[in-house]
Design a protein around this ligand. Structure first.
Ligand code: PMP
Length: 406
């Protein structure tokens, strides 16, 4: 038996008790965005009710409280990821974080002849910024391919890491296949060859202990809304030497020490990369979220989600005509699938009428869809607040819908 009272944990999420189309909601779209526990909602509410002020500017009491709470959230997030707060740039999410690396680190350094390696399973947020860099610098992009299970072909990946490669960008966990990549080994191999590594941790940080220090990458990006925090929050972790050497990305207030028309002195990192008024309330909510996740325990969360994944996979395998995409050696609680003869959007629309929320589409991963030769897939993704009964309800709805569409 689990040491955690999961029914009580589920009760912490107000939204999960609502109904949709007259049916109890079964929310299986946490890889898209996660639901929020009451403590996160209350932290945001408390900030606006009792402490609202801008950060790093005013000397009045509210300004000091807001700054302390905002910087406190950075410290909490840093502890959660096992890094130093002054290496953590707070930003709007993974998309911003990776673009920051692309514009401030890669653009000034890369040139014609250089190579960027990405994997077939990347989210567009970890592809398109590199294409923009390639277009402007003349660098080229090479793709690390997968095997049929959705695991990276590691031999092929290692063979790609030639001296021309300057940068390797890869997901820690795939948002479509759930594949957990051996980022530690891969980053170690890259580092030996002098290749800078960018790890997209969007789908890892919500589901397992992420110890960035032990991964050995150069950059690690996370997004807050998938880890029980508010939308518009996220972070880029970078080695201090990179943050010191990178030029600012956006200019404005907060990122400077002194501005003169003769020349401006930038603030120290990470503030050098945080121009303008940040999403203060959002980060205070994210601080509450990582406190919440830590209190539940990331190990317990991972074990719970693995149990849900195993059960869902077993039940889905019994559904007639259902094909699962991705059976990686190590897999997070994400299941992409199709049912023979049914269009993915029709499936998702009919499941919604049964109260079951899944995602259908390309999941911001067109190259992966091209690899599998399908226009789109359905994706059910599970979080620790889901239940085995919800998986039963999902399977029952799937059976019903399948018969309607067949
Ligand atoms: N990478 C991966 C693997 C993701 O799953 C997502 C979110 N779907 C992103 C990047 C982008 O995150 P955001 O939109 O929050 O910046």
């Amino acid at each position: 038996a689990s040491p955690v009272d999961w029914a009580r944990i589920r009760g912490d999420f107000p939204l999960l008790s609502r109904q949709v189309h007259g049916k109890p909601l079964v929310y299986l779209d946490s890889a898209n965005t996660g639901q929020k526990p009451a403590v996160v909602i209350e932290a945001v509410d408390d900030f606006f009710r009792n402490h609202n002020a801008n950060v790093s500017r005013a000397v009045h009491a509210l300004g000091a409280e807001a700054t302390e709470a905002y910087e406190g959230a950075r410290t909490k997030l840093a502890r959660f990821l096992n890094v130093r707060p002054n290496e953590l740039v707070l930003c709007s999410g993974t998309t911003f974080a990776i673009n920051l690396v692309a514009y401030s680190w890669a653009l000034p350094r890369l040139k014609a002849g250089d190579v960027i390696v990405v994997t077939r399973m990347e989210h567009h947020a970890n592809i398109v910024p590199w294409q923009l860099v390639a277009e402007r610098t003349g660098a080229t992009i090479k793709v690390a391919e997968l095997d049929d299970n959705g695991d990276l072909d590691l031999d092929a990946l290692h063979a790609l890491l030639t001296p021309e490669v300057k940068l390797l960008a890869l997901a820690h966990v795939s948002n479509v296949l759930g594949t957990v990549n051996p980022v530690r080994e891969i980053c170690k191999a890259a580092r030996k060859r002098g290749i800078t590594t960018v790890v997209d941790g969007s789908q890892a940080a919500p589901h397992r202990v992420v110890d960035i220090a032990s991964i050995g990458c150069d950059f690690y990006a996370i997004t807050g809304h998938k880890m029980a925090g508010p939308t518009g929050t996220g972070a880029l972790w970078a080695r201090r030497e990179h943050l010191e050497s990178m030029p600012p990305f956006l200019g404005g207030g907060e990122m400077i020490k002194e501005v003169c028309f003769e020349g401006t002195v930038y603030n120290d990192p990470p503030h050098k990369f945080e121009a303008g008024t940040p999403n203060i309330a959002g980060f205070i909510g994210l601080g509450a979220a990582v406190d919440y996740l830590s209190a539940v325990g990331m190990d317990h969360i991972e074990a719970r989600e693995q149990a849900l994944l195993a059960y869902a996979t077993e039940r889905m395998d019994q559904v007639q005509g259902l094909r699962i995409f991705g059976r990686a050696r190590e897999k997070a609680a994400v299941v992409s699938f199709l049912i023979e003869g049914a269009h993915s959007h029709d499936l998702a629309t009919l499941l919604d009428l049964e109260g079951v929320a899944i995602r259908s589409g390309q999941h911001c991963a067109h190259p992966l869809m091209q690899y599998f030769g399908v226009p789109a897939t359905c994706r059910a993704s599970f979080a620790f607040y889901n239940t085995f009964e919800e998986i039963d309800a999902f399977i029952a709805a799937l059976d019903k819908v399948r018969r309607l569409l067949a």
